[in-house]
Design a protein around this ligand. Sequence first.
Ligand code: UN1
Length: 516
Amino acid sequence: MSKKIKDFGIEKTLKNLGIKEENRGTSVGGKYFASGKTIESFSPVDGNLIAKIKTSGESDYDKVIEMAEKAFKEFRLMPAPKRGEIVRQLGQKLRQYKDDLGKLVSYEMGKSLQEGLGEVQEMIDICDFAVGVSRQLHGYTMHSERPGHRMYEQYHPLGIVGIITAFNFPVAVWSWNTALAWICGNVTIWKPSEKTPLCAIACQNIMNEVIKENNLPEGISSVLVADHEIGQKLVDDKRVSLVSFTGSTRVGRMVSTNVAQRFGKSILELGGNNAIIISKDADIDMSIIGAVFGAVGTAGQRCTSTRRLIIHEDVYDEVKNRLEKAYGQLKIGNPLDETNHVGPLIDMDAVNMYQEAIKKGKKEGAKFIVEGEVLKGKGYESGCYVKPCIAEVKNSYEIVQHETFAPILYLIKYKTLEEAIAIQNDVPQGLSSAIMTQNLREAELFLSQAGSDCGIANVNIGTSGAEIGGAFGGEKETGGGRESGSDVWKYYMRRQTNTINYTAQLPLAQGIKFDL
Ligand code: UN1
């Protein structure tokens, strides 16, 4: 390993997280399956190879599923609050490993250390949340129309939950799914992004400790380190009751069709194209901070990143000038250094997409007020560092209608709030949205049924940084799925309506007579 990695202390981090040469791959409990090819994980921070990882082949896949099926038969019988206790222990372990895991997230994915730690905090928070929910998996009771009958509904676990996650939240999204899936009595198989396999292996190692200490069946949680072909098997597999997929709309469309074809369930968290409306009644200081963090945080690689600013004509020039100034002060560099605001993109493919988007935008007429560029020179050796940029556009430009996972911010001018809301909604995606205003009428209209059509709508907050307590997800091409808080647990269970007759007669519903 190179000296640079040693400087980051990444070797020690890997060691602390139990990542060794022999366990870098698919793991079910403490067992490893690695008959597939070897992949490499490079850090976008400095371009160095962090480690080689063994993937799973087809024969491994079936073993993983079989172990999960076996584990489910046992785990579903454990009372839900006891399963909650297991999740509580996972939360405790995550507290213990927070620093190391946060650092690995930052180094392997490229987000800032603060955001890496924040991601682990989200994992801890969802565990705490799920522990409480494990005692509240309740259904309704209804009054039967028949005398001497009782009617109620209850929720049962589904079985195997397949979790397919993206590189940008390499650990948190898994935990949102797993913590809830578990308290509901399911077992999980996680297919992480091939771009961030070490983060997943680290999580599984932490999980393995919980499994071992509680004598749980190994198959209740596994990480399947494999290519997209094995991912496809998971999607097509009838034994997988629910597929929770986070990724692009393009892939999500295929996942959803394939899962529906076999009548499986799916949760989809796909692309966003999030806007902040900045009203003439906005607190401009707050708006600038919200917009800049939303656009350049995680180098614009959150589903919830701010992609569009829809600005009232009266404050347009002021906002534009202040943004230009703020962008001039941004420090771009190593995300492990807390003084930097913007880290690298995940890889060269992402850099190419950033460049393509700028090119396309210019062709369509976008006027760049802060130009983008790929940074070169000292500290930028990985080739993944790009300059956040800002362009004045029309909402109808094709490039503006697309989600580009990069720090490109589009400015659009508006006159009336109705027009601003129409612009905000006039994209295929529907994840997150926000309005900056101190005017109650505007805020309420934005939140009303005539307002934002997104799954998340905020007032005086940016588009990113959702808390785990609310249901997270979006409408339209974002896929309609919901994850984490509120009553999202219901997605991970099957509903059963039960009617019990405690009389000696058999009256039929709807007054139907059937005498023999
Ligand atoms: C994502 O970008 O995939 O709201 C998830 C946020 C985070 C989650 C983002 N809590 O920015």
